[in-house]
Write a protein of this length. Structure first.
Lengths: 260, 584
């Protein structure tokens, strides 16, 4: 009697078969990248790079290969390469995405794949933008737990239900994909932007926090939550699947009802 | 060149660096230099949890945790350090909770805990629930919480500043720290930071492997800077391979998946860990599980067309449990493999994950320049350091613990030292060495490409310095690295500019990886035994008579300027636990 194979014991799905076939069907793609280096030229230009790739690879893998094999001057930020550090938000085919969380096969590789810096922020070189105003808006909403009185000796008690109230917004990796997808932010750089509001939400609805009133006042500003026009671009752009627009709406509601 | 002066300079803004910064900023004028933005650090990629014997869900105590850590490290752990780690774990977790970390909770609202590899009740009886967690993004929550508290404390960050050299100056016969030399990515300008105390918290060096869970940025810059200034590197041959990386990509899938009930299976569908670790099964220590996976693959029981991987099976777990406890790793399987982990097992293979070795420190996080002598003013914490609390194999959840316990200790100790110490005068032309190195690379017309040498290095390390090693493979690695170091002398970069020249920095990082790969391979070649993460097929058993000691690797420069690795050894600190046979 032969040993039962896993195929008999536990039939594979077509997706698993495809994932582990190891078969690579290479394709030729064109990356059309918006290059900008003020050391060399005051204007940005589109440059095409052709390369052969496995369509199951990440867009970041393809960009890395351009840098390592064709043009070392191509400049971008990257670190973890699997969607948790937030370094490589960029506009790919006109949509904000993390290059390390986007597979080539999913961005219509038959046509040139356009890659450019995220919008509404000052481009410093190629895909690198000035992140300082973004982090300033984050700092401005007091993104830390504020409590009064003496801390308990053990942990603060918090129900799992209370955690769920703000759990979604704790997932933020500060990649700026949401803020730089927001039409209001494009036109008004002083708007706090979705990411800062998401991080305010994370504390306003934390049952342990006692700083909600201060944060709500900050966001009641004319550059605060009321600028949001609920276009949902931010929700679409979030690589962590945070319901950004909903979080902003909850902050607006809390401002009206003062309940959180 | 700009010169700055701070009491305390912290190099790196991951968990250890920011935990140190929270303490140091309260006590001294502190600057944190990071080559990224703080929240990009790789602490954020840690998933499963942070160990502490809170005993919130079942009986537990710090002594059991100490024992597990010592045994997990295959008795190469310094036992006094492990005791500090396990004792201070409890406050470390409670501190994070008070800083705002959103832990998962028990029905009573306390911090919830779950099982993890190698963590046991009463010295190995059964798995214990010791890992405090926030879904499968505990590292993310720790990194965010620490950054939030750095914002609260007004910590001064220098973002995208690479530290490329450590300045040590001899004062009355004593080698002391006087500062660091840093490169500002945005402008290409070199900055000298004079400091009374310096803390290295710059992370690991896993990028010399190809299949790795490590970020592109983990290139051992701190280790390399210290090593080139004559400081030793301890136990570099011990590199952990995490059992469950996504097949071929190496992306981490937390051990928490097995803590939640996930099972490893071979192509026959067999739960093979029952044969290798009858008590702990899938939750044996990582070195044991990674070896078991490769044993299965070698015996022809691997999965797929080439039989080169096994499965992590979560299909028997309720989807609600996966959504609540393992949302990120199930999403990784969907994103990168296109499979549905509710119904499909996930193809995995061991992935290079964590350096147990690093810059040697004592329990106060002070850096050692030999087996006993500290460098006044110099500290290290986290993966860059070797205390040693991890010995020959780190237990899962002990790294997030390590960065918090020893990051805090380093921050307090460095700031206290700065309270009474004087600045040590900077050497003449403090940045000369860095400027020369950068200009040589930037203006070189050499024919070698950084990408090609790095790929060749990673290929050799994956082939020769992996889970299974022999004299032959290690000699091959040493030869390959020597050849690559020669080729490295002839590299050039295409970007000749000053602004955001990542081409240049990747070349510098490759130089660091080459030096550290050499130390790793040479240390491994000399260790003719098998212990924890270092397994020699030609010496398959542990040899406590000859090798229950730490490796100390020094850089030697001969009269011709050629460098080599000189090895020395340091005794292990044994307090309560005599070495025993290691079974799970």
């Amino acid at each position: 009697m032969s040993t039962p194979t896993i195929d008999e014991a536990n039939p594979h799905s077509a997706a698993l078969d495809a994932a582990e076939s190891g078969k690579v069907e290479l394709i030729t793609v064109t990356l059309r990248i918006r290059r900008f280096n003020p050391e060399e030229h005051p204007d940005a230009v589109w440059v095409d790079y052709q390369l052969t790739v496995d369509p199951k690879e990440r867009v970041l893998d393809a960009i890395n290969r351009v840098k390592w094999e064709q043009d070392g001057t191509l400049t971008y930020r990257r670190s973890c390469a699997h969607g948790v550090c937030g370094s490589d938000a960029m506009r790919i085919n006109g949509k904000n995405r993390l290059a390390c969380k986007t597979l080539i096969k999913d961005v219509n590789p038959e046509k040139p794949i356009t890659i450019e810096a995220i919008k509404g922020m000052t481009v410093l070189k190629d895909l690198v933008v000035d992140m300082d105003p973004f982090f300033q808006a984050y700092r401005d909403v007091m993104p830390f737990l504020i409590t009064k009185g003496n801390a308990p000796t053990r942990e603060r008690i918090q129900s799992e239900e209370d955690v769920q109230r703000f759990e979604d917004t704790t997932k933020c990796i500060l990649c700026a994909a949401c803020t730089s997808s927001c039409p209001v932010f494009w036109n008004d750089g002083q708007y706090f932007g979705p990411a800062a509001i998401v991080n305010a939400h994370r504390f306003i609805f934390d049952s342990r926090d006692e700083g909600a009133e201060q944060r709500l006042e900050i966001l009641n500003d004319r550059e605060g939550v009321w600028r949001c026009r609920t276009t949902f671009n931010c929700t679409d752009a979030c690589p962590r699947g945070i319901e950004v627009t909903k979080a902003i709406q909850e902050v607006k509601r809390a401002l009206i009802t003062r309940r959180y | 060149m700009k010169i700055h002066q701070y009491d305390t300079v912290i190099v790196g803004a991951g968990g250890a660096g920011m935990r140190a910064a929270v303490e140091a900023t309260k006590r001294s004028r502190t600057a944190v230099l990071t080559k990224l933005y703080p929240t990009r650090s790789h602490t954020g990629a840690a998933q499963g949890g942070m160990a502490a014997a809170l005993a919130n869900v079942e009986d537990d105590n710090w002594e059991w945790h100490t024992f597990d850590t010592v045994k997990g490290g295959d008795y190469l752990v310094d036992q006094d350090a492990a005791e500090i780690l396990a004792k201070e774990a409890i406050d470390a977790v409670l501190d994070l909770e008070k800083m705002g970390l959103p832990f998962n909770r028990t029905p009573e609202g306390k911090i919830d805990q779950r099982r993890f590899g190698g963590h046991t009740r009463n010295h190995g009886e059964a798995a214990v629930r010791r890992s405090c967690y926030a879904a499968d993004r505990t590292g993310h929550m720790i990194l965010q919480t620490l950054y939030q508290n750095c914002v609260k404390e007004g910590v001064e960050f220098f973002n995208e500043f690479y530290v490329l050299d450590l300045l040590l100056v001899e004062v009355d016969g004593v080698k002391k720290v006087s500062g660091v030399v840093s490169y500002e990515l945005a402008t290409g300008e070199v900055h000298v930071f004079q400091a009374k105390s310096v803390i290295f918290a710059s992370g690991g060096n896993g990028k010399f492997f190809k299949v790795t869970s490590n970020a592109h940025t983990l290139t051992g810059d701190g280790q390399a800077a210290a090593y080139r200034r004559g400081l030793p590197l301890e136990d570099m041959e011990f590199f952990q391979f995490h059992p469950t990386g996504i097949w071929r990509m190496g992306i981490l899938l937390t051990e928490g998946a097995r803590g939640e009930g996930g099972i490893l299976r071979n192509k026959d569908g067999e739960r093979f860990m029952e044969r290798y670790a009858p008590v702990m099964k899938d939750l044996a220590s990582r070195d044991v599980v990674s070896r078991a996976i490769y044993s299965e693959i070698r015996a022809g029981r691997g999965c797929g067309l080439n039989g080169d991987h096994v499965y992590l099976d979560l299909t028997h777990l309720p989807p609600e449990q996966l959504d609540a406890k393992l949302p990120d790793i199930t999403e990784f399987a969907r994103t990168y493999l296109g499979i549905e982990p509710y119904t499909d097992p996930i193809p995995i293979q061991p992935t290079a994950h964590y350096a147990m070795g690093g810059i040697p420190t004592n329990n106060e996080s002070e850096v050692l320049l030999d087996n006993t002598t500290v460098v006044p003013g110099l500290y290290a914490a986290g993966e860059v350091a070797c205390v040693s609390v991890h010995g020959a194999n780190r237990l899962g959840t002990n790294s997030l613990l390590d960065i918090n316990v020893f990051g805090r200790r380093a921050g307090i100790a460095a700031a206290k030292y700065a309270e009474t110490a004087e600045f040590v005068e900077l050497p003449e032309n403090p940045a000369a060495k860095v400027v020369e190195m950068l200009e040589t690379i930037r203006t070189s017309n050499g024919t070698e490409r950084v990408g090609e040498i790095r790929e060749a290095l990673q290929q050799s390390m994956d082939t020769n310095v992996s889970v299974y090693r022999t004299e032959e493979t290690l000699k091959q690695a040493v030869a390959d690295i020597a050849e690559l170091k020669e080729r490295y002398k002839n590299i050039s970069v295409m970007d000749k500019g000053k602004r955001y020249n990542t081409d240049l920095l990747e070349a510098v990082e490759l130089g660091n990886l080459l030096d550290l790969a050499e130390v790793t391979a040479v240390s491994a070649l000399a260790r003719k035994e098998s212990r924890g993460g270092h397994f020699r097929e030609d010496f398959p058993t542990r040899d406590d008579v000859n090798f229950m000691r730490h490796t100390m690797a020094y850089r030697e420069v001969d009269a011709n300027g050629d460098t080599s690795v000189r090895l020395d050894y340091k005794p292990v600190v044994v307090t309560r636990y005599q070495p025993m046979e290691r079974k799970y």
